[in-house]
Design a protein around this ligand. Structure first.
Ligand SMILES: Cc1ncc(COP(=O)(O)O)c(C=O)c1O
Length: 481
């Protein structure tokens, strides 16, 4: 009885606290952003589009892994801060001072976003155009010779593969049939090769799978290697800390894009060890990076300026800072919980459709962010994705998602088999359909999507049977596992 009363009291206090904070926010003219109201603050979410048959309706946007729509508070913040925009770190004017201060302070916000102290930590932040740019800048600095060895799992986005592959030797760790890391493989390769850097994603853009990057960090450090983590797909989905349970588990470098976290102004960041960055230099040169240039000598600054040649992208940095604020306000626990519901509903719904295969681990869904890829043996994936977009306004992605080697593995193709498709860009090219969720997507959208999917599969199947076209997509289907 007493416990019940205490519980009631706690609940009342919690409710009062929530109401008070909401009241305080609205008294300030502010809004409290939550997982339940965030959809109202997504730009264009209900914007109607005209479909092929003239129907007008909003898009079901399940292409958030590619890029996310803007959040209104992010747009408002950028517009407001543009009123006092001036040159960053270069001008003598009140506006320059304001902009420079915001630009510099956002570094602290980024540090704290990835679990670090905003000041006085061993890490620094340099801004980049996006993840691809960040990984290339990092690789251009850290790779000193074509003989350097990088270790990457066969699950990486091209950004975290080609940036290294084009500069040095890369040894690849195979993944299992469901596209998961084989930790023993990483250990073996670390033992057998003089690995300088382990490059791995925190969340796959194909299966949504989240490897244990802290475990990999420990393995890398024990073998004298550093670890670079591609954070593109995790930042809008899970709280991520660069610090592990022990210092050996800490991540050395973390790279991400702002446009995947509701700030579509370009921009992103690399968070990395100051000492290491200071010892290297990216192969990008220009203004802002130097202390002094003489006829015959150049004296460079240290990181982060050394890594930021040219005029900065101020809206990108302002948008990134605000997006961090909003995501943290909504709360990553709530975001993850919501996303898990969406993933479960989609995976269950897809599995219930005859002849549909869902890729990756479909049992341990807690290990994946909101990314689900699938195929059906009843319809070609390109035709299906196109028809769904055309007839019902769905936004998905179809193909190999800039992670070709990973997708070929999941589809069951060898390199030799894939080589035959060179130059082929039509529906015969192997691929999958990907749906990926944002914080604003709803279970109703999933149900509607599944209905549209079933209808379009049935229509394509019937049409193909009529035309006896089955052989056209037969050879691109994947084996069951
Ligand atoms: C896992 C992963 N890494 C890197 C990138 C590249 O990001 P960006 O295009 O912002 O450079 C993406 C983009 O989809 C991605 O999903």
């Amino acid at each position: 009885m007493k416990t019940k009363k205490t519980l009631k009291r706690i609940l009342c206090c919690l409710l009062a606290a929530c109401l008070l904070s909401a009241a305080a926010a609205s008294a300030e003219g502010g809004t409290v952003y939550t997982i339940d109201n965030i959809r109202e603050y997504v730009v264009g979410v209900d914007e109607p589009v005209t479909l092929a048959d003239g129907t007008v309706r909003p898009v079901i946007n399940f292409d958030n892994a590619a890029t996310t729509p803007a959040l209104k508070p992010v747009v408002d913040e950028v517009n407001e801060k543009l009123l006092t925009y001036g040159s960053i770190g270069r001008g003598y004017s009140p506006k320059s001072n304001i902009s420079t201060e915001i630009y510099e302070n956002t570094r602290g916000k980024v540090l704290s976003f990835v679990g670090l102290e905003p000041e006085g930590s061993a890490y620094t932040v340099f801004y980049v155009n996006n993840t691809t740019d960040g990984l290339n800048k990092l690789a251009s600095a850290l790779i000193g010779s074509p003989d350097d060895v990088v270790l990457a799992p066969r699950m990486e986005h091209h950004a975290n593969d080609l940036s290294w592959r084009e500069r040095c030797k890369v040894v690849y760790a195979e993944v299992d049939k469901q596209g998961r890391i084989i930790y023993e493989e990483i250990e073996r390769l670390l033992k057998e090769n003089p690995v300088k850097i382990v490059a791995v994603t925190a969340a796959s853009n194909v299966t949504g799978y989240m490897p244990d990057v802290h475990r990999i960090a420990k393995m890398a450090h024990e073998h004298g290697a550093m670890i670079v983590v591609d954070g593109a797909q995790i930042v809008a989905h899970r709280a991520f800390s660069m610090l592990g349970a022990t210092p050996e588990e800490n991540i050395d470098f973390f790279v991400f894009s702002a446009h995947k976290m509701y700030s579509p102004y370009g921009g992103g960041a690399v968070v990395g060890l100051q000492e290491v960055l200071d010892k290297h230099q990216p192969k990008f040169y220009g203004g802002g990076t130097v202390e002094l240039v003489l006829d015959t000598e150049v004296h460079y600054k240290s990181a982060p300026e050394l890594y930021e040649a040219g005029s900065p992208n101020y809206p990108g940095v302002v948008g990134l800072g605000k997006a961090i604020d909003i995501l943290r306000e909504v709360g990553f626990d709530r975001i993850a919980e919501h996303e898990q519901k969406l993933v479960r509903r989609m995976v269950d719904g897809l599995k219930a459709i005859e002849n549909v295969t869902v890729y990756g681990d479909t049992e341990n869904l807690g290990e994946r962010v909101g990314v689900v890829t699938f195929n059906t043996s009843d319809a070609n994936s390109l035709e299906l994705a196109e028809k769904m977009a055309e007839k019902a306004g769905t936004a998905t992605r179809r193909g190999a998602f800039c992670a070709h080697p990973y997708v070929w593995r999941l589809l069951g193709y060898s390199d030799e088999e894939m080589a035959d498709f060179e130059g082929c860009t039509d529906f015969k090219t192997p691929g999958m359909i990907r749906v990926s969720f944002g914080i604003y997507n709803t279970e109703e959208e999933i149900d509607e999507f599944l209905e549209i999917l079933k209808k379009q599969i049935a229509e394509i199947k019937a049409h193909n049977e009529e035309l006896d076209r089955k052989e056209l997509w037969d050879d691109i289907m994947m084996p069951e596992y």
